[in-house]
Write a protein that binds this ligand. Structure first.
Ligand SMILES: [Zn+2]
Length: 132
């Protein structure tokens, strides 16, 4: 990198209109000499590269966070499915063993919640059949 004070223009060709392929020379004062050409503070290849590296690093962090989020969601879903399955076993067991006048609140509450899950799942299946 070297400094320059002449009236030259930055070497970067920029698009005049994002919809049309019309290019003109960047009008900024060139202040950095690289690869035998003069560039402004924004378009010097080393600056462009640094900006791209920074953006890539940010994307990498975001992508890792997204992967972690998906992994955690999957873990929660699997554990939830397991708990639901255990509750079904529990209710079946209680249905068999409880006396007719069972007063266990948990037994009835879990049974009601499982019915809600079944009903919601049936609704989801109907919607899925309509809109696969
Ligand atoms: Zn420029």
């Amino acid at each position: 990198m070297a400094k320059q004070n002449s009236k030259k223009r930055c070497s970067k060709k920029v698009s005049a209109d994002s919809m049309a392929p019309i290019y003109y020379r960047c009008r900024r004062n060139p202040t950095i000499k690289e690869k035998g050409e003069w560039w402004c503070w924004q378009h010097a290849p080393s600056v462009v590269e640094k900006r791209r590296d920074k953006r890539d690093a940010k994307w990498e962090v975001e992508s890792k966070e997204q992967d972690l989020k998906w992994a955690l969601q999957e873990k929660v879903e699997r554990a939830t499915d397991r708990v639901v399955s255990l509750c079904r076993d529990l209710v079946r067991n209680l249905d068999d063993k409880c006396p007719k006048d069972c007063i266990s609140e948990g037994h009835e509450l879990i049974r009601k919640e499982l019915k809600k899950i079944d009903k919601a799942n049936q609704g989801l299946e109907r919607l899925h059949d309509k809109n696969p």
